[in-house]
Each structure stands twice: as structure tokens, then as C-alpha cells.
Design a protein around this ligand. Sequence first.
Ligand code: ADP
Ligand code: MG
Ligand code: MG
Length: 900
Amino acid sequence: PRYLYSFRPGHSDATHPTAALLGGKGCALATMSQMSLPVPPGFILSTSLCARLTSSSSSNSSSTTATPILFPDSLTSQIETALAALSDSVGRVFGSATNPLLLSVRSGAPVSMPGMMDTVLNLGLNDKTVEALAKQTDNAIFAYDSYRRFLSMYANVVLSLPNALFEKSLSDMKSQYDCATDADLPLKALKQLVNKFKHHILSETGIPFEQDVFVQLRNTIAAVFQSWQNPRAQTYRAINHIPMSLGTAVVVQAMVFGNSGPTSATGVFFSRDPSTGVNKLYGEFLTNAQGEDVVAGIRTPQPIVRVTNVEGLSKKNSMQEVMPDVYKQVVDVSNLLEQHFKDVQDVEFTVEKGTLYILQTRAAKRTALAAVRSAVEMEGEGLISKDEALKRVDPKSLRQLLHPTLDSDVERDVVATGLPASPGAASGVVALSCNSAEFFAQQGLDVILCREETSPEDVAGMHISKGIVTARGGMTSHAAVVARGMGRACITGVSSMTIDEEKGVVKLDENVSVKEGDCVTIDGATGQVMLGKLETKPAQMCEEFKTLMQWADQRRDMTVLANAETPEDVRRALSLGAEGVGLCRTEHMFFDADRIVAVRQMILAEDNEVRTDALNKLLPMQRQDFTEILEVMQGRPVTIRLLDPPLHEFLPHEQHEFEAVARSAGVSVDVLKARADASREANPMLGLRGCRVGIVYPEIYRMQTQAIVLAAVDVARKSDKVVCVHVMVPFVSSVDELEIVRREIDNVASTILSSSENEEVAHLVQYTVGTMIELPRAALTAGEIARQASFFSFGTNDLTQTTLGMSRDDAGSFLQNYLKSGVIDRDPFVSLDIEGVGMLVELAAKEGRKTRKDLKLCLCGEQGADKDTVVFAQKIGLDAVSCSPFFVPVARLAAAQAAI
Ligand code: ADP
Ligand code: MG
Ligand code: MG
């Protein structure tokens, strides 16, 4: 079988390159080769090898190196042939003692996993070839710089030795020779370093550094495939729902040298600004540097495009100024790549002695703001269609645009400033390590993670933090890229900051220090760090956002409703585009201080008299609640769910709470306590709740129905417009329950609506009765239930709990484990379990509609804005989804994507 595909400018063995086979990086390199862009030639080992090579070599064996890794025979011969062709096209020979070819060996998965797996550069150096390289280039410093880089990467990736060992020797050497940066090290120091590194390898593994370049190559290929299984790659896959089965490809490519002198450089550019989306090339580079020096934040990089400060002065260090010819080529390549890929590109490049080479391109990770702006602008530029623009934006990411920003009126006492790497404002306690970030997060605190710089090991810690601050690195550093992808506020390059992890102290500036656990506020849009917690204000939505949302509304078929009950939430939902309220949870109104006593009196009432007294107190309050909501919604449909949760949730606990209820009900505390004890349940989630309450205590549902219909009448009278209320009965498992409850509701409603005083407005009140489908039995008997229901709302939270037999509140302890070990690849409470719970929903929808053709169907669980759930809802023909207010724009876009 064919494992290997070569490429060089003007040619690619794979005529229709795909990321599935070649990995994203390999696919892009092959494509750029076909476009005749300046790509160093090389070959790709396909993803199909990954499973084979990783299963045949355990991670232990690679750490002791000696165990040979089994390559399929034909692979070895395919590599030999490709190497010979590569030598021909570059005019150098791998392992030659006079004219050596050096290689990079790079990982590349079908989906981008930046920095998660390993790369080895300058492969092919040994004690002989390094001399040849020095002689040939007449640049021994460069040759030994490359050699020390190779030794440490090989040691780390192939031999699994810790980086720190090598970094320590490097920084010792720098201080010994009094050098500010790596690039200043004299030849003598570099040679010492090379010896030191070889010594580390020998003493740590007991085996001398491998001098045979072919063995170097084989071991490295195997190790890079193996890096697909490293813990940080696993974590990244878990967070991003990337299946392990994809595997990585490996790219073997001729080296080009950004570290070969002052006219050489390495860097990264974005075809548009990844932070704002502005259509302007954005990038950074470092002269005389190699590989990820830019990303690793080792020196502070220079800008590609000229930057002028407020006084109109520029620092004169941009590529535009120092390498104008290369700059022009960069701009050309950027345009060509955008035209070809029709998307914002993130490009890695190297300049060797004034010649530009492109090493990688991929769709740029960007903030939601940038995604929205570039999608809408690219439609305007004729690059993409409206549908394509809609597909470009990850619905979930829109949450970022709804992120709070710092109120501009609030005084800012800025104690440190860095680069505005990812927007959004965040306050939280300072954590200096991922462990302490986790510790604080577990206590429910918001965390700001402060690091010297971040590395892929920090990804999990960044995920649980609200914001990230780093001392080093630029706008394209690891921290910046990852934070933007996750939608976390981030500031990089805060050069005044020094961190003492051992003491748990950060010096933000000469005079200002904070300890771990102290509170700070950061503004990722300006790069400012402030002490304490500052007020934030809700996000402003840009024009492009509104445009995209309009397109989404035109495109989607499904209605988007909100789960909201307070007038404030309802107003927010409306302003975020909700077309009505899909779920108004009446019990949320019961906790307010002024009414909880009456609610408790209602629950603990010994007899009807006491209960009726409590209900009479509650009626006007609920009526007022519903009136406000119906007024805000101005005729849009509002679905109100009758009391649902286990009654015990409202029970008093403290002595003074009992006393308050006792006073209000006119009974003794002891009686109340006895009642409370008697009503405790072993498993309240499956106890006296939902319509069961409505059947046991019909007067409670009666009161609620009264409040709803009276409110509707009030609003209809005042507005002289149609008012649309849907009364929803929760936790039904049989049609008989619904029939009983429904009869009560209809009685109450028709009494009110047919009374003479409401005669002239009654026709304006549209009211229907329906039910939640949230128990498996309800789903299975939906055809029956539909006889009594005008609508179904799928309560997928409870339906998931009861179908999986998994309590949402207790699932935390094992779900993480399940996700990590691959038992499930998504949290079923976040994204609907389509194979299981979805089956029930689909069945109920179908059976329900058989009974009642115009049965309205809605999905109102937490999953209501999840992309895959919405796609499923569309597929099975639901009319609407309902989600919490901040998710409404997310659901609108997801529904549009579902319709495309
Ligand atoms: P990652 O997936 O982590 O970005 P890469 O495979 O892109 O890893 O390698 C990291 C860096 O190594 C690149 O950005 C580039 O600077 C450098 N590099 C990779 N291949 C070559 C090459 N053929 N010549 C010079 N530098 C290279
Ligand atoms: Mg890397
Ligand atoms: Mg890269």
C-alpha cells in the first residue's frame, strides 16, 4: 500500500490532497505546492500509518529508545525512494559528510491542534555533518546553533527527556557568556552546549547520541506519530471533541534556515487581524531565529506591517521597513492564499538569506468578533456566499460577543500593561499554576491565570480560567492563540511582570505585588491589568453581528424562543432576538424574599383553609409576574409551565424560617417541623413533583392558571391586542394525568373568560394547554398524550436524566472520566444524546403528530442552543427550540446552519 506522498513547488503526488489522508498541514503543503508557492520540498506519511505505528510501539519503549520500531517493509523502501528524489530536487544528500541535507519532521492531524504534538528540526546533523554544514555555509555559528537545537528536540521528542534540563544549560551558558539572547552566543559557547547536550543524553539514557542519520529519522518518525497519544494532545481532543481514530500524519521536509544570519528570519502572519477581523495583514517575525522562537515568546518579536504610535512615529523595525522585498512577497502570498482558500489564513514562514519560504497555512483561529466581521466582509467582497458566511461562524463562539466589557466610566487604576491578545473583561483571583487554578475553580472562584508564558501543558488550566496574563510572548504566542480559540480574555507580553511561583507572588510592576488568591481585573481588549474587581457592562454588538443575525433569521426554518421568567431576562431575550418565551418556570418566582413564606405556608398547610389562605397571598404576586412578562413580549407567544420541582426544595431549614412561616400560617413551629419531616423524600427528583402536585393539591394549579389567564386578560385589555399564552403541564407520564389536570385548567380559564366583565376582551386571549415530554413513558405513549395536548415541549434535561438513569447533579463525578476514556464523546446534558434520548424525541414527535396534525413541537432543555442538537431538531421537524437568553443568538445561527 501507498503510505507516502511527495511534494515540491509545482507538483504534488496527491493530486486531490485531503486533510483526512495527509493531515491539515500536509494537505495545505501539497496544495500550496500545486499553486507553485515557495514551499520547501518534502513528503508526507499518511494518517493511515498512525494507528499502526502507535499501537506497535508503546510509549515506554520510545523513552528508552533502543527498542526498534517495526515499520512495514514497504514503508522503509518508500521512504528511501522519496529521500533520493528529495536529495535530487534540493541538491543535497541526507547524511553526506560534504553536502548534507537536513530535514524537519512534523506532525499534522486532520484537524488543527496547534502545538499539541511534536516537531523535530535540523534532523540529519551529527558530529560529521555539522562540520560539513559549517564549512559549506562558512558559518560555524549557524551550524552549531542548528545542532544544539536538534539535540534538545531529539532528546525531548524521541528520548522523552525533560526540556527543562536543556533549557537550564542554555540559560546557564547565556549568563556565563553574558549574552542577552540565544542569537548572541559565540561559537565556543555553542560547541560547549552541544557537548553538554550530548552528555545529558548519555547520562540520562545510558546510550550515546545517535550518529546514524537514518536511525535518527526512523526513530523521529515513530516518535512524532506517537505524540498523537501524549497527554496534552489527549486533553485537547477531549475539550474539542476530536476523535482519537483520526490519527496524525507526519511531514518530512527539507529544512530552510531562518537562523542563518541577519537577512534570515522566522515568523507568522494572518491574512486579516485575528482579533478584530479587520482586513489588514497582521503578523510578527524574528530575525536570525528558527522554528517556534516567535511563538514561544523567547524574544519579543517585530511587527510585519509598519506600526505608528500616537505621535505618528514608527519604531522602524517592521518587516515593511527592514526587508521591504520580502514584505511585498508576504503580501502577495497572503492574497493568493485567501483567494484560494477563501478564508482568513494563519501562515508560518521562514526567510533564508532574503528568500521567503512558506511552511504552513491553515484557517486562522480567530475571536468571534473577527469571525463575524471577516465572514460578513468576505461576502461583501464576493469571496463567499451568504450561506458560506453563516457557516463560517461557530454558533457557540457568539457567546464571546455577548461577553461583558469594562464600563468605560469606571476609573481604571492600571498597574501593568501588555498586548491585547484576546478581548473581554474578566475579574478573578490570581493563580500562578494550573494546579492552583483548578484549586480555586473548584471553590467556585473565577480565576485569572498568570504565567511567564504558557505551553500546551497549560491548556487544561487555561480552560478553567476566566482570563490569562503572560509576561512574555506576542499576539501570536501560544497563550494568545489558545485563549482566542477558547474565548478567554488574554493579555500577553506584560514585560513589567515577574512571577515567583514558589513564594506565590506576582510583581505586576516595580512597586505593585499581588499574592495568589488576590483579586485582579483584566481588560483583554486594551491589555490593561487592574487591582481588585471592577464593574463590567454588557457587550456591544457590532454592525456585522446584526447583519449576520439578519441573514440567519432569513435562512432558518425553526423558531427560536427563550427560557426566561424574570422581566429582566425576558427583556434581554427579546433584545437578543427571541421570538417568544418557550419556557417560563413559575417556581423561579417563588424564591423571592417577599413570597417564600407564603409558598412555604402553601406547602406545609395542614388543611385546605391554611392552604387557600397562602394561595390567596400568592395569586396577586403571580398575576403581576405574568402581566409584566406578557407586556414585554407584546403578543409574542409565552409558554408558562405550572409548578414543577419537588416541593421539598422550598422547605424551610433554619429556625427563623420556620418561625416566619408559623407566624404567617397561625400554627406552631413544632407542627410545621413535623409536617416538613413527613414530607421529606428519599429521591425527590422522582417524587412528589410536576403534575403529581397538581393532582394531589389541585388548588395550586388552579391558582396558577387563574393568575395566568387574569394576567392575559389584563394585558389584552390594556393593549387591545392579541395575547398568546400556553399553559404547560410538567412531568406527565400518562394521558390520564394530563386529562385530569387539563380539565381543571380549562374550567378555571373558561370561568374567567366567559365572565361578563371580560366579555369584550376574551376573544383577544389565545390560550392553549400542552405538556412537557420529559419522561420516557410520556415519549413512548405520546400518541395518546397528544389527544389532550395542543403542544409538546421536550424537556431534554429531565428526559436525559430519566432515560440515562443519570442524575445531572451527580454526573460530574464520573462524566469527566467517561469523556477522557472515550465512553462518551460529549456531555449528554450539553449536547443531546441523539442515539438514545433523540430516539425517544423522534418517536414522540412522530406519534404525537399522527394523533394531531398541527401539534406544535419545541425542545427546551439546556441543549436547545447546541449546534448538533439543533440540527437534529430540524431534521425531525420540530417547530422551535428554546434556550436561555444569552444563548438565543447562538440558537438563531445554529438554526440557520441546520437549514443550509
Ligand atoms: P506546529 O504544528 O506545532 O506548528 P510545525 O510542524 O509547524 O509545528 O513546526 C513548528 C515550526 O518549525 C514551524 O513553524 C517552523 O517555524 C519550523 N519548521 C518546520 N518545518 C520547517 C522547515 N522545513 N524548515 C524550517 N523550519 C521549519
Ligand atoms: Mg510545535
Ligand atoms: Mg506550525
